[in-house]
Ligand binder design. Structure first.
Ligand code: ADP
Length: 369
């Protein structure tokens, strides 16, 4: 006799799943992977949990139904697989339950353009249509209020669902809070690590960030207690490390990367960003001058097996955009704006790749003893 998938499905319609009283087909538990080779039939049944108490009895009942209603000669014993969703799920962040992705932006040393890149990346992500928040956690030089032209903003408290929350400043489609709004620059530098860490925790947990696709944290340069606290407080999706191609910067970038990948912190590194990759004069846009050396970050990325997410040239307008509070990423039609848009798109791809690898609907095969 010939066996068709329909015959198998008809037999499985006679089997009830005790968990909800429905038959296996109606309950959607039969995977679309029925294989028939002569009299040999194999397929999978999906259970909600790997430790579902009915796995064994349901598989037995399915075997019996096939032998009874299709043919006693079907080779089915041991050929039905039980599968269940993978139980390790990405935990939604407890402090920021409505935030999808948290990206730490860091650099091994100061002055490589970390804050400039963070601001432009935030603006570029918002330009791509994402809901974006930016926390300026750089206590040594909080520069985001200036770059977002909100230096005079004094974030106020607002009651949200019975809680008093700090309302972030907002410009260019980016919600932003900076440690610079609350302390003057000279005081912040003198803070002990724990004071700064606590203040930052408050800016995360007691602020009305709302729903965000991307929450960027502009970290202080180097490695410190603040990094440790933040990564232990938040479920960070991934870190990006910014460096110039210069040897001294690369040495520190290497330390930064190993901090994230180290046992204590263990945050995935999404990649390296090369800032000040080359100088291009406005009047000679085709010319590239490798002031800090050529492709240093590319080599480091290859050596450490992390992606190079983007290369941003030194251009006067990037510096001016920061100083005037109008990040170049606002205009993606310029060379500099396009460089930041490409960087943002690359980061989205990397984050989505990573999230896909942690897909909560991924299935595991359950061994039936
Ligand atoms: P960091 O946050 O690493 O200390 P900043 O973002 O404050 O560095 O940048 C340091 C200085 O370099 C700022 O004056 C900034 O405007 C300038 N800068 C950063 N990146 C670029 C670039 N790609 N082209 C021109 N100037 C830049």
């Amino acid at each position: 006799m010939n066996i068709y998938p329909k015959l198998i499905m008809d037999a499985l319609e006679k089997v009830r799943y005790p968990g909800n009283g429905k038959d296996l087909v109606t309950a959607g538990m039969v995977e679309d992977d029925i294989r028939i080779e002569g009299m040999k039939v194999s397929f999978s049944i999906v259970f909600e949990k790997p430790n579902d108490p009915f796995i064994k009895s349901v598989i037995k009942a399915a075997e019996t139904a096939i032998l009874t209603y299709v043919s006693p000669d079907v080779e089915i014993k041991g050929n039905i697989r039980a599968v269940a969703p993978e139980i390790i799920r990405p935990e939604p962040d407890e402090l920021l339950p409505d935030v999808k992705n948290i990206i730490a932006i860091s650099s091994g040393k100061g002055g490589v353009g970390k804050s400039t890149v963070a601001a432009n990346l935030a603006v570029a992500l918002a330009g791509l249509g994402y809901k974006v928040g930016l926390l300026d956690a750089d206590i040594f030089g909080p520069s985001q209020p200036k770059m977002f032209n909100v230096e005079d903003a004094r974030p106020f408290m607002e009651e949200v669902n019975g809680r008093e929350l700090i309302q972030p400043a907002e410009n260019y489609g980016v919600k932003m809070l900076s440690i610079g709004f609350f302390v003057n620059k000279n005081d912040a530098i003198l803070w002990r690590g724990s004071m700064a860490s606590n203040a930052l925790k408050q800016l995360i947990s007691d602020a009305n960030w709302g729903e965000l696709d991307y929450f960027l944290i502009d970290l202080p340069p180097g490695t410190s207690d603040i990094h440790l606290t933040l990564v232990q407080t938040l479920g960070i999706t991934g870190a990006v490390v910014i460096s110039t191609p210069q040897e001294v910067a690369l040495a520190d970038a290497r330390k930064g990367i190993s901090m994230f990948t180290g046992e204590k912190i263990d945050v995935p590194v999404l990649g390296l960003i090369e800032n000040m990759a080359w100088f291009t004069p406005a009047e000679l846009p085709e010319n590239k001058y490798y002031i800090f050396g050529k492709e240093g970050c590319k080599r480091l990325a290859e050596e450490l097996d992390v992606p190079l997410l983007g290369q941003i040239p030194i251009v006067q307008s990037i510096c001016e955009g920061g100083d005037s509070g109008k990040p170049v990423a606002l205009n993606p039609d310029t060379i500099t704006g396009a460089a930041f848009r490409a960087l943002a798109e690359n980061i989205v791809v990397k984050v989505e790749e990573r999230n896909r690898n942690q897909d909560p609907t991924q299935r595991v095969i359950v061994t039936v003893k």
